[in-house]
Write a protein that binds this ligand. Structure first.
Ligand code: NDP
Ligand code: MG
Length: 381
């Protein structure tokens, strides 16, 4: 029986992780869960899964949980997330909070030698060098939850790193894939949240529409698989059936396919190197689908993806700026304060102003993250 700590339990990945745990009660038990403020969503989960510990964002949410569940230990903030991620009783940390707020818990769980299932891609974008350095030092494997990275992880099973020619990340294109740049002028929050293939949290759905999600994933892939940016390609593939591919030096290409359902990579990250049945997911039927489509990526049309490649190649603190500027700009867009196209121009401004620091330590990263957020907020005034 594996004891799991789940950060971001009330989110899209969190709730699907609960489904996986619910379906395999003999394999997994939820030891602790963390969420932000959404007590309405969290209460039924606490009632059903009976975790020993619960972490919330602030004192207000903490009081509500304590009142409702007097027997549960309730913690709060980053300290709380670190405590439940490094607890002796825990085997696996599944980090599915949204944003770079998840970084300290990931780093400390690696130091405590926990198995890490990582959905929180912002952690790797903001401080990939620190995360991978600690993982190497403590011999900890990071199991990707992101579907593209889970696909690549599966394609690389039993392969040698030196045999990789390139990684090909597939992209569905998001809500605006058929729109020109001119047509993006007047798009609304509701338009952006209407993703054709996946049902996800609001921030990542906007990231998919701007193609920043793929940009963050390119940086995530660079760190997870130690592959240079020159050897990472992105391919538009509207059906989201091929989740990603690896080309090897002998021209052989290995791909991982399946119905688009995040429960598949979530469960794989929890069961690796084993697999378990997943009866509630529709089996892939290629006869029914009949055709798969592919298209080259247009980097002029999807400028956020180009900016992510640029930031990744620049390295150091530039990806921290890219990530923090994007998190803040998307939040402003979701709150109706800026337009969709302002997101990319705000990120561009933040990157232009930044003087890159190579090999930044954790304090420098947290400082640059905060400073970038403050700057981006000032652009909207
Ligand atoms: P959601 O927005 O649906 O959920 C975010 C979760 O994080 C919620 O539980 C939220 O709590 C919690 N949270 C937010 N801020 C804090 C905080 N300060 N302290 C503690 N908890 C906090 O996001 P998703 O599930 O869509 O995405 C989560 C992560 O997984 C992201 O990094 C995303 O990029 C990645 N991912 C998601 C995929 C998807 O299909 N959704 C696919 C691949 C990767 P509350 O509800 O209380 O606000
Ligand atoms: Mg993905």
């Amino acid at each position: 029986m594996k004891q799991i700590t789940l950060l971001g339990a009330t989110g899209s990945i969190g709730l699907q992780t609960m489904e996986v745990i619910r379906n395999h009660p003999d394999n997994f038990q939820l030891y602790a869960l963390a969420f932000g403020k959404n007590v309405k969503k969290a209460f039924p989960l606490i009632r059903e899964f009976k975790p020993c510990k619960v972490v919330v964002q602030d004192a207000h949410a903490r009081e509500s949980v304590k009142r409702e569940f007097p027997d549960v230990t309730v913690l709060s903030g980053t300290e709380g997330m670190i405590e439940v991620s490094t607890d002796d009783k825990v085997d696996i940390l599944l980090n599915a909070v949204m944003g770079s707020i998840g970084l300290p818990a990931t780093l400390e769980a690696i130091k405590a030698k926990k198995k890490i299932a990582i959905a929180n891609k912002e952690t790797l974008v903001t401080a990939g060098h620190l995360v991978m350095e600690e993982a190497k030092k403590h011999h900890v494997d990071l199991l990707p939850v992101d579907s593209e990275h889970s696909a690549i992880y599966q394609c690389l099973n039993g392969e040698k790193k030196r045999d990789i020619k390139r990684l090909v990340l597939t992209a569905s294109g998001g809500s605006f894939r058929d729109k020109t740049r001119a047509e993006l002028e007047g798009v609304t929050v509701d338009d952006a949240l209407n993703h054709p293939n996946w049902s996800m949290g609001a921030k990542i759905t906007v990231d998919s529409a701007s193609m920043m999600n793929k940009g963050l994933e390119v940086i995530e892939a660079h760190w997870l698989f130690d592959v240079p940016y020159e050897d990472i390609d992105v391919l538009l593939h509207r059906e989201s059936v091929i989740h990603s591919m690896v080309e090897f030096v002998d021209r052989s290409v290995v791909a991982q396919l399946g119905t688009p359902d995040m429960k598949v990579p979530i469960q794989y990250a929890l069961t690796y190197p084993d697999r378990l049945d997943l009866p509630m997911t529709k089996r892939l039927n290629l006869e029914e689908i009949a055709k798969l489509h592919f298209k080259a990526m247009d980097y002029e049309r999807f400028r956020c993806l180009q900016m992510a490649f640029d930031a990744g190649k620049e390295g150091g603190s530039m990806t921290t700026v890219l990530n923090a500027a994007n998190e803040e700009a998307v939040d402003l867009f979701l709150n109706g304060q800026i337009s969709f196209l302002d997101i990319e121009s705000f990120i561009e401004q933040a990157m232009e102003r930044h003087q890159t620091i190579q090999q930044p330590d954790l304090d420098t990263i947290l400082q640059i993250d905060q400073e970038t957020r403050r700057q981006v907020r000032s652009y909207s005034k």
